[in-house]
Write a protein that binds this ligand. Structure first.
Ligand code: ADP
Length: 905
């Protein structure tokens, strides 16, 4: 550091040293200045002009400045790009400062820790998540527990998750944090794997000790002023989550040195009640983000979102990512939706009541943090004031439902101990004017008649203004200047303005204050006297208003826990009403849930695809998965609608477990423990892995996690490699799903070979999507029918997509050639054909050309093995036998097969 630095730069450096990883906005008068690297980074990121400043004789210092007034926009852009920005303010009045003005960082803004509306998306929570592992994990393999602490500063929400390493990715994917707080240099592969699923999050690292559970426990008890953590439902086994929460609190306090008065008590969530949704399933089903571009348009969320409040919007999003596993909890939601569906009048009244409710959650949180503007506090009051109407509408719906014998489930639960803070609402709306300004000052914030002192001061001020207005009349009469007028500006106060033409008429007692091009401005002792009265009254008004407003805001903020609770309930009511509204508009039905195995959908539709066309254009389809038909092999040409059906089943099942009605005529559904979708055309190239590798690791994840109670939807497996490889993998994956797991599976594929599985495995059924060939063309009927397809019609699709006619014609020729070759090859194989030597287990698939010859049992077998190889193969077959697990009968048949194999070679 240069010894010759000015005191200002010394101060800057001291502060910067403590905020090295942030861009420092250093307040100097009406500007925030950035120096050195910060200036360079910011100028690159948001195109600021770089200048330089002479650092007391030493080298030039790069510098970039932004006006404080425009800071919000620059902040939005910097933070939006993933930067963190520390705001350093002048914390004493420059006029009274001795020497250099004292400065302090009052707040650090990061993508995961923001308050400002323009940095937030109203439709989704803005989490920063800390992730840690249990301490003794390494020693105790059974406890591979991961703790996640998630905070949304904008709502004051704090959630702790205690999850297994296997479920952690799903939880993180669901939270989709903007920022991750991780242990520096931790060797926790499980955590590394889990955070992989989070896209575009800023990563912040802290030392391991900050995640220490003991320390964290103290931190938590202090923050929430409790004796022990038991009250939160946290025990000694939850060290990972406690550690994460402690580190998170410490970090947030670092960002908000003013404290975190608005943070709600932590809510602890444990897996069990919620179905973990892995990233590929969430993405492939396009629940809240479209595969292309990640927008909301074209997603399940976009179809279901008829919410009227931002809280409802956020809750709907989080519900869609967290289907329930307990039947009772699901039925409670469904019961609520049912009474709302049946009572259209009541529902409309409810939605009307909800309509004026603003973002109570975020407004309350801002109030508690002392950041809400007068206008926002009023909005909180107005919103709270509407809540009795919401409660009334809900109880009307329930009363109506009771007549029909319905209970109302979750909706009824919402009214239990309902507290809408009518007292507080009344106070807020009484004390504040109807439309208060953004800040205390020129316009009134506190309503008249609320505070005697304020009313008195205002009378004084207004009296003074009236008096000044009278002066204008008097002076016009006295001087005979009819254009004389009284004006006001911040620098000179009140003045009398007289145009140059009338200058000769100015009386002697006028004192000149300011000269303009066409006029002069004067004051008189009388004017000054009133001005003094008016201005001092205005000053005192402002002080008094501020006092009153801040007290009001403090009181409103102090009740944050009440507002968070009621906001949560309003959100729930809003989502349930939205479900009901969509159900009626789109003709959804209530799913019938049961504890058995079967999944039976009659006339099911894809909720998103059906909206993209005229209603009657979408062809509904039935689908039945039972013990006898647990795995459906779905073949059919391109563009027939295979993927649509596949996703449709997944969406219907998911929607049912979220507690919503479903797009079908009837749906009898089990409760599945996991839902998996894997879709061939993976776009995971972003992650830098080969597509086939991704495909295989996704498949492997399914095979390792699925149980008999899972629903697995596969759209093409094995497409990323050669056909033979691909079929082999698809085949063995199907066998495994069928034999070892027994889950319900729909497998859409182009490998027609897989249709042979129907003959091999008891629980496999073939279905295809019907097409009609009209002359040279293909008509897609989009109807599911039993049976398999034997063609892909890829060339037809190519034609539809506009491939040049010459290319189409040539492709047809090549296809004919290849098919012919296949037949020749098959003929050759049959001629040289050899018997399958051993039938150890089952037969594998036969490729198309092999279908002509039933003689070849083994797929992948060398087609014409020389005789001397037969012995080797026989030897291999014998040594591969698992004699320990064979029944005597099996042993005998195997022996017979071996004998036959040996004698025929
Ligand atoms: P595949 O997976 O067989 O190639 P898709 O499922 O992608 O086919 O469907 C192709 C297109 O066909 C869809 O984009 C949609 O427009 C239309 N489609 C699919 N299913 C239906 C249906 N049941 N009714 C009407 N149109 C459908």
């Amino acid at each position: 550091m240069s010894g010759s630095a000015t005191p200002l730069m010394q101060q800057y450096r001291e502060i910067k040293a403590r905020h090295q990883d942030a861009i420092l906005f250093f307040r100097m008068g009406d500007f925030y200045e950035m120096f050195y690297e910060d200036a360079e980074v910011a100028s690159r990121a948001i195109g600021l002009t770089l200048t330089s400043r002479n650092n007391g004789g030493a080298a030039e210092v790069p510098l970039a400045g932004i006006p404080v007034k425009a800071a919000a926009e620059y902040l939005r852009r910097l933070v939006g790009q993933g930067h963190r920005v520390a705001i350093c303010e002048q914390v004493e009045d420059p006029k009274v400062a001795k020497g250099i003005v004292k400065r302090e960082v009052v707040e650090t803004i990061t993508p995961g820790a923001v308050f400002a509306d323009d940095l937030l998306d109203g439709a989704r929570a803005n989490y920063v998540c800390a992730v840690a592992m249990g301490r003794d994990t390494a020693r105790d393999g059974a406890r591979d527990q991961i703790g996640v602490a998630a905070a949304d500063l904008s709502t004051g929400e704090l959630r702790l998750f205690v999850v297994t390493a296997a479920d952690a990715p799903a939880v993180l994917a669901r939270l989709a944090p903007r920022e991750l707080l991780l242990v520096r240099n931790a060797s926790w592969p499980e955590v590394d794997a889990a955070v992989q699923v989070v896209d575009n999050a800023l990563v912040t690292e802290r030392e391991g000790w900050e995640f220490d559970a003991q320390l964290a426990g103290d931190e938590l008890t202090r923050q929430f002023d409790v004796r022990s953590l038991e009250g939160f439902g946290l025990g000694t086994d939850d060290s990972a989550a406690i550690g994460a929460a402690g580190a998170l609190l410490r970090y947030l306090r670092e960002l908000q040195p003013g404290g975190l008065p608005h943070l709600a008590r932590p809510i602890v969530e444990r897996p069990g009640g919620i179905m973990p949704l892995d990233e590929m399933t969430r993405r492939n089903l396009e629940l809240v983000e479209s595969l292309r571009g990640g927008e909301v348009a074209g997603t399940l969320l976009s179809v279901l979102d008829r919410t009227t409040t931002p809280m409802g919007q956020r809750l709907l999003r989080s519900w869609l990512l967290a289907p329930l596993l307990e039947r009772e909890a699901i039925e409670r939601r469904l019961d609520a939706v049912t009474v709302l569906v049946r009572d259209a009048v009541g529902r409309t009244a409810l939605r009307d009541a909800l309509d004026g409710v603003r973002d109570v959650e975020r407004l309350a949180s801002k109030a508690a943090a002392g950041r809400a503007t007068p206008r926002e506090v009023r909005a909180l009051g107005d919103s709270l004031a509407r809540l009795p109407q919401v409660a009334k509408a809900v109880s009307d719906v329930l009363a109506h439902a009771s007549q029909g014998g319905a209970h109302g489930g979750e909706l009824r639960a919402m009214l239990h101990d309902w507290d809408d803070g009518a007292d507080c609402a009344a106070r807020l709306t009484h004390m504040l004017v109807a439309r208060p300004p953004l800040m205390i000052g020129d316009e009134d914030t506190i309503a008249p008649g609320v505070d005697a002192e304020l009313d008195e001061l205002r009378a004084l001020r207004d009296g003074g203004r009236d008096a000044i207005a009278t002066i204008q009349q008097q002076e016009r009469a006295r001087t005979g200047i009819s254009s004389l007028k009284v004006g006001y500006n911040k620098v000179f106060g009140y003045f009398l303005e007289i145009s140059n033409a009338n200058r000769h008429l100015v009386p002697d007692d006028y004192q000149r204050r300011q000269t303009l091009t066409g006029a002069e401005r004067y004051v008189t002792p009388a004017l000054k006297e009133y001005e003094e009265k008016v201005l001092s009254a205005a000053d005192r008004i402002e002080t008094r208003e501020r006092e009153l407003f801040e007290a009001l805001r403090r009181d409103a903020g102090a009740a944050i826990a009440r507002w968070q609770l009621v906001a949560r309930r309003v959100a729930t009511i809003d989502v349930l009403a939205s479900f009901a509204d969509v159900a009626e508009r789109e003709q959804y039905v209530r799913p019938e849930l049961h504890d058995g195995y079967d999944l039976d959908i009659v006339a099911g539709r894809h909720p998103v695809v059906e909206r993209m066309m005229a209603r009657e254009k979408f062809i509904p389809n039935d689908l039945l998965l039972t013990d006898d038909a647990q795995l459906i092999v779905l073949t059919g040409p391109n563009m027939a609608g295979k993927s649509t059906i596949l996703r449709q089943v997944g969406l219907i099942q998911l929607l049912a477990q979220v507690g919503g009605y479903v797009p079908a005529r009837r749906a009898r559904l089990p409760i599945v423990d996991r839902l998996f979708t894997r879709v061939g055309a993976s776009d995971n190239l972003v992650r830098g892995q080969s597509t086939f590798m991704v495909e295989m690791s996704e498949t492997s994840a399914i095979l390792h996690t699925a149980t008999r109670r899972s629903l697995v939807l596969l759209d093409e497996i094995g497409r990323g490699t050669s056909t033979y490889d691909g079929v082999s993998i698809a085949w063995s994956v199907s066998e495994h799903l069928h034999d070892a797991i027994g889950c319900k599976t729909v497998f859409a594929t182009h490998y027609h070979e897989l249709t042979q599985l129907e003959n091999e495995l008891g629980g496999v059924k073939n279905f295809t999507v019907a097409v009609r060939e009209v002359g040279d063309q293909v008509l897609f009927l989009h109807t599911l029918i039993p049976g398999g397809a034997d063609r892909s019609y890829g060339i037809e699709v190519g034609r539809l997509a506009g491939l040049p006619p010459a290319v189409i014609t040539r492709a047809k020729e090549v296809l004919a050639l290849l098919e012919g070759e296949g037949e020749q090859m098959a003929a050759r194989l049959t001629a040289d054909g050899m018997q399958a030597p051993v039938s150890t287990k089952r037969r594998g698939p036969r490729m198309k050309h092999q279908l002509q010859s039933d003689q070849l049992g083994f797929f992948g077998e060398a087609p014409s093995a020389p005789a001397d190889e037969a012995a080797t193969r026989l030897k291999a077959a014998v040594s591969a036998l698992d004699t320990d697990s064979m029944t005597p009968l099996e042993a005998l048949t195997t022996l017979a097969a071996l004998k036959q194999g040996a004698s025929s070679s």
